[in-house]
Design a protein around this ligand. Structure first.
Ligand code: V47
Length: 360
């Protein structure tokens, strides 16, 4: 396919045609360009090289066992302080009943993420994985962000490797990509002071990869980050993937301001959402997949993103809390026919996967 790409994007296009790696400066050029359609066409070209017409989705269930968190990130509408209205902590029995409620459905991925809850013992986090795996031996379990892994190590006095090993022994197969936010100490010092620093987030993912656990990566965008910080985040992920190779997918997460401590910020526009997907596809040449998470983008933008570099739309989800508490107006779940219809409408082929991208 020959696309008519004008300067300054022409230099980037020539590199893409030659399958050359883009630089940090190329990333900045792309983010600064208003030519969304050209960027989208280039990303679609790369996406087709990697994944043809396939668009992946999964039948999954989200479980958020606790929202009591000591970190108090300003962008988060999900966390509560102990004893405050809306704070909750599920018993293991409640987690079991959540899984049992949907046991007749052929769910292939369990997505389990909680918070840094000082009121729960170490064993609780391990037992959840063991219990869920017992009830759903055929499903793949993706659970706990690197931030939770670091917290569990600190709480228990165990090494991060031992925490991952305990979780793996209980049935864990992958880590979700959350907690990365934006790899910038400037933004961190303003919005998420208590959180794990970027270097440690990256180290935990490399450690997980070395133990045969696969992981995802994210970037929270559309708040106070600069274009340069976005490009630098992508370069850091790419460098880490060069070293340890265990990232499965990258998920750009659009900031939702409602009910957060920074709700005067407007959040990203549709153009920013699509550009974020496309530039991620172009920069992350060593990532197989880019996910357009419909819960955060809305189904319209997520569907459009499939022609702007994304090849995954996430899944059925069921009972999402983090974005709905931050004002997301999307549905709580989608059925297999709904997901397949969304994908087919864009001219792509729906391919059902589990958390490890094994085709069902
Ligand atoms: O780390 C929190 C983000 C993340 C808000 O790995 C917010 O497959 C926008 O990582 N507006 C958690 N974003 C979600 C996450 C995720 C989701 C789906 C799939 C996968 C995967 C991972 O959500 C947090 C944070 O970056 N977040 N609050 C907010 N108000």
């Amino acid at each position: 396919m020959n696309i008519d790409i004008k300067s300054p994007l022409k230099i980037v296009y020539d590199k893409i045609l030659a399958s050359e790696r883009l630089s940090f400066e190329d990333g900045v050029t792309l983010f600064n360009s208003p030519d969304l359609i050209s960027i989208g066409k280039m990303a679609d070209l790369v996406r087709k090289r990697k994944n043809g017409s396939n668009v992946f989705y999964t039948m999954n269930q989200h479980i958020n066992p606790t929202n009591i968190c000591r970190n108090k990130c300003l962008f988060c509408a999900y966390y509560r302080e102990e004893g405050r209205e809306g704070a909750y902590r599920m018993s293991i029995e409640t987690v079991r009943s959540k899984v049992l409620e949907r046991i007749e459905e052929d769910i292939r991925e369990l997505h389990i993420v909680g918070a840094l809850d000082d009121g729960l013992p170490y064993e609780y986090y391990i037992d959840i994985i063991r219990e869920v795996k017992k009830l759903r031996p055929e499903a793949s379990i993706k659970a706990y962000t690197a931030v939770e892994i670091a917290y569990l190590a600190e709480r228990s006095g165990k090494s991060r490797r031992q925490v991952l090993q305990d979780l793996k022994d209980a049935g864990l197969q992958a880590l979700p990509g959350g907690g990365a936010e934006i790899f910038s100490s400037r933004v961190q010092s303003k919005l998420f002071t208590e959180k794990l620093p970027a270097e440690e987030w990256l180290e935990i993912h490399q450690l997980a990869h070395s133990m045969d656990l696969r992981t995802n990566a994210t970037m929270l965008y559309g708040h106070i980050e600069t274009i340069e910080e976005r490009a630098a985040h992508l370069v850091k992920l790419r460098e880490t993937q060069d070293k340890s190779g265990g990232f499965l997918t990258f998920i750009p997460l659009a900031f939702h301001p409602e009910n957060t401590k920074i709700d005067t910020l407007p959040g990203p526009t549709g153009v920013t959402d699509l550009k974020m997907i496309a530039v991620s596809r172009l920069m992350l040449d060593n990532f197989d997949h880019i996910k357009a998470y419909w819960v955060v983008l809305g189904t319209g933008i997520a569907q459009t993103a499939l022609s702007f570099g994304a090849d995954d739309i996430d899944g059925s989800v069921v009972e999402e809390k983090i974005y709905h508490m931050a004002g997301s107006k999307t549905a709580q779940m989608m059925t297999r026919p709904q997901l397949e219809k969304l994908i087919k409408e864009t001219g792509h082929i729906p391919v059902e996967r589990d958390a490890l991208y094994r085709i069902m």
